[in-house]
Design a protein around this ligand. Sequence first.
Ligand SMILES: [Mg+2]
Length: 264
Amino acid sequence: MESVVAGRPGNGNVVCDLDGVVYLLGDPIPGAGQALIDLDTSGYAVLFVTNNSTRSPETIAARIEDLTGYPARPQQVIGSAEAALTLLKAGDGPALVVGGAGIRQAMEEAGVQETDDPWAAAAVIVGLDTSLSYRRLRDAAIAVRAGARFIATNTDATYPTPDGLWPGAGAMVAAIEVASGIHPEIAGKPHPPIRRLIRQRLGPGPVWVVGDRPETDLAMAKAEGWVSVLVLTGVVGGADEIADGDEPDLVLASLADLPEALQS
Ligand SMILES: [Mg+2]
């Protein structure tokens, strides 16, 4: 596997969150694309790491380019669905899915079969499911109660959009947790499975983590000893909303301000 993902490496790595940092739903954050191009050309290796499990790395890379103009490659993208599948081996399963295409593609690549039968499921993998039904929730809870492994891609409470904060995967995980009485294993930020995937793809030099969510992005940076950068374009609107002890190393209004901040 290539260890250096982009740019003319040498200055270090920028591990960039997506929702609330690069875009909000279908709207790019103003200046984000140019900032990514500037980081690339000034020698930072850029990696996109998202807890969103609804899309594959290929689809996410295309979406970054469509929305911002920055030509992201799938190898630069790590999602929580891939991280979740590192908890299973080929042939494990079958798994019942609460979620979308991102989880299903990661399962296919990992060699894990899908089932809709709660009594046949050896695992339940949960992410954001925008067409979640009571029936699917019921079957997931039945499977977990019956002993299937309960794997959450992430537990983000909300999903930032231009219309405010919508329910995130964490809301769906919580419903299954309450209904089954069992806690999930969690794959995404700030937990170890996704951190292991990131470490495997970092180039040499320091690591800056840019994110909008303190309990995932900033907590991950802290756990790894990486530099944390909070941007105010997502779930947090002001530095005063951060709990004492959780303060990032740097607060920026937007990703657009990062290239200049790294030069100083
Ligand atoms: Mg985010």
